[in-house]
Design a protein around this ligand. Structure first.
Ligand SMILES: CC(C)(COP(=O)(O)OP(=O)(O)OC[C@H]1O[C@@H](n2cnc3c(N)ncnc32)[C@H](O)[C@@H]1OP(=O)(O)O)[C@@H](O)C(=O)NCCC(=O)NCCS
Length: 227
């Protein structure tokens, strides 16, 4: 008997050139992802650099966000990737950039590195970014604007909210839920079926074995008791 076709993993569209908003470390990783996909990358937008200033990867700064009103970079002519990263307590600029792009009508489709491993029946929201070496197992859902950073592993049926940052090397076991805006620090691990509340922070390297309430920081090395 023929099996029904499974839902294919999501991909990044390459039918228009890309701009990268933000020329810092995260922005260069995003540009490198696009180059690995053989996308056409026009350059960076960053108010901190002069137009024409080299950023790396053979790319230059084209100007600031004001360039998005230039007809050459109009919605429909380009895609714009959000190259602004996020850290605990410093997540606002990335979210604001996402909102500005949505408001100006610039599409910010999901970015999936060609060396990420995505199973069937995975969903990745607009503006979400899945970096090199990340693994998303079947049934995983990544909310809009989120980052699944280098080498992070998201096992089956995890539900990741919007604007979450899973930092490099995070490991989520099956069916973990992560609320909007949470930050899971580098190399932390979460056992199966745990819920991490919205806006919560998990310290780099911590192991989470109980649900974490919204807005709390779990930092065992600093004496935070297990919730
Ligand atoms: C949890 C965290 C937000 C706490 O930040 P903070 O409250 O500013 O803590 P501090 O940096 O002041 O450190 C307080 C103490 O805890 C220690 N510490 C901080 N984070 C730690 C961690 N993850 N594991 C062990 N110890 C840690 C510090 O060395 C310091 O020790 P000391 O008092 O003996 O000097 C932060 O340490 C963290 O883990 N951030 C995540 C970073 C990340 O994911 N980066 C990804 C970039 S892509």
């Amino acid at each position: 008997m023929t099996q029904p076709a499974p839902d294919s993993p999501p991909t990044t569209p390459l039918d228009r050139p890309w701009l990268v908003l933000g020329a810092g470390g995260h922005g260069r990783v995003v540009a490198d992802l696009l180059l690995a996909l053989r996308a056409s990358v026009l350059g960076f937008l960053d108010p901190g650099l002069a137009p024409g200033e080299p950023v790396g990867l053979g790319l230059v700064c084209l100007g600031d966000d004001g360039c998005l009103t230039d007809p050459r970079y109009a919605p429909g002519a380009v895609y714009v990737a959000n190259g602004i990263g996020s850290l605990p307590g410093q997540a606002a600029p990335r979210r604001q950039a996402f909102a500005r792009l949505a408001e100006s009508g610039h599409l910010c489709p999901p970015l999936i590195h060609p060396m990420a491993c995505l199973a069937h029946q995975v969903a990745v929201g607009d503006g979400a970014q899945v970096m090199a070496g990340a693994v998303l197992q079947t049934g995983a859902r990544i909310g809009h604007g989120s980052i699944v950073n280098t080498g992070a592993r998201v096992d089956h049926d995890c539900r990741i909210g919007a604007h979450v940052h899973l930092a490099p090397g995070v490991v989520l076991s099956g069916a973990v839920g992560v609320g909007e805006g949470a930050h899971l620090g580098t190399g932390c691990a979460v056992i199966q079926t745990i819920t991490i509340g919205a806006g919560a922070v998990v310290a780099a390297g911590a192991t989470v074995r109980r649900d974490l309430p919204p807005g709390t920081t779990f930092h065992p090395a600093k004496g935070t008791p297990e919730p």
